[in-house]
Design a binder for this molecule. Structure first.
Ligand code: SAH
Length: 344
């Protein structure tokens, strides 16, 4: 029933103030109600037009079922570190995962950009579940509003590191980024897009001149190993990927973060750190090392602390800025790479 409505009518979430005002006028209402609608959608996070108390009672009751574009929480689990993982049900019945990660100063939401993921990386649970469809911009914005309401706290950061490959859904991701920035008031630099790297798409993203933080998942210091870990990399030689990254830096004047999942005895030797450093020489960059989080159906191990430190020190000696990111939410299967609908 709702699916039929969604197919024939434009959902309201994701629309700009101007578009909403036009919709209000088309409904025969005074234009100033456009601003009210905008505020209730993005600031108050209403789930139904019926909840907009400043609207005339009869009219909002009539429109109670009009699709706003909100999902419902199907399931939520909280890890001991207070990270919460949500399973959200979309209007068409598909389910996606979203994670809320609180610290004293920040509330970060890790959003999905697709239902499933087509990239099939060896070490990632999402890829093992296959790909269903791209998300619409409003379905990305909804995830942020949902976490914001559940924590009853303003979301300060959003990372596109949930299910899916954001650059395979570039138009909707860019639309969502602009809305999160303009309509929800989250600073562009507090928004991070993470990609495994899709040929031609990094330059396309650069053209949008978003002031977001941009991260590229490298995970290997050479093409041979990269292809083993990321099967889709066989269409995209490492040298080409790095060239496109250089273009991105030239166009946007923003530096790039490289992400590197550390897998014991696969990509974590000091020699491999040297090889990685060699590729990154002359790059204004920052390397984010992510010790592997265990998933089902994969044989990888997380390296021990000494090995992680050795890798890190080798990069630092080569003048590369490095951080080690221990994922939060491990106990709720909410950490990097652990998101998979069937798990929950
Ligand atoms: N498709 C995008 C964003 C999703 S994954 C990308 O690949 O960048 C976000 C980060 O988590 C990526 O760097 C990804 O490689 C990493 N990741 C995936 N599986 C992981 C695992 N099991 N342990 C640790 N990090 C993982």
């Amino acid at each position: 029933m709702i699916t039929d409505i969604q197919a024939t009518r434009n959902v309201l979430l994701g629309q700009s103030l101007e578009e909403l005002t036009q919709w209000i006028i088309n409904q025969g209402q005074p234009a100033y109600r456009g601003k009210q609608l905008y505020q209730y959608l993005y600031q108050k996070g209403v789930r139904s037009l019926e909840d907009i108390s400043v609207f005339p009672k009869q009219w909002r009751e009539k429109l109670a079922d009009y699709p706003l574009g909100r999902s419902t929480i199907d399931y939520c689990s909280t890890a001991p570190d207070q990270t919460r993982k949500y399973l959200l049900k979309l209007a068409d019945g598909n389910k996606i995962e979203t994670v809320g990660i609180p610290t004293q100063k920040r509330l970060t939401v890790c959003v999905s950009s697709q239902v499933g993921c087509p990239m099939a990386c060896e070490f990632c649970a999402t890829g093992k579940g296959g790909f269903t469809r791209n998300l619409k911009a409003y379905e990305i914005i909804d995830q942020v509003l949902t976490v914001q309401a559940d924590f009853d706290r303003r979301v300060s950061h959003v990372v596109f590191m949930g299910m899916g490959e954001p650059l395979m859904n570039l138009d909707e991701v860019v639309k969502a980024v602009k809305s999160l920035n303009q309509d929800l008031g989250i600073g562009a630099r507090s928004l991070t897009i993470s990609t495994v790297g899709i040929k031609g798409k990094i330059s396309q993203l650069a053209q949008h001149q978003l002031q977001v933080t941009f991260a590229v998942s490298l995970h290997a210091p050479n093409q041979l190993l990269r292809e083993k870990l990321i099967p889709t990399a066989n269409h995209y030689p490492l040298s080409e990927l790095l060239n496109e990254c250089r273009q991105y830096v030239n166009i946007t004047k923003r530096r790039i973060t490289f992400e590197y999942v550390l897998l014991a005895n696969v990509n974590d030797s000091p020699q491999q750190a040297e090889e990685l450093a060699h590729h990154l020489r002359g790059f204004q960059t920052h390397v984010n090392l992510i010790p592997y989080n265990p998933i089902d159906d994969a044989d990888f191990q997380r390296p021990n602390k000494a090995r992680i430190n050795e890798f890190m020190e080798t990069l630092i000696k080569q003048n590369i800025e490095v951080t080690v990111r221990y994922s939060r939410g491990l106990e709720a299967d909410a950490a990097c790479g652990q998101l998979r609908v069937s798990n929950s």
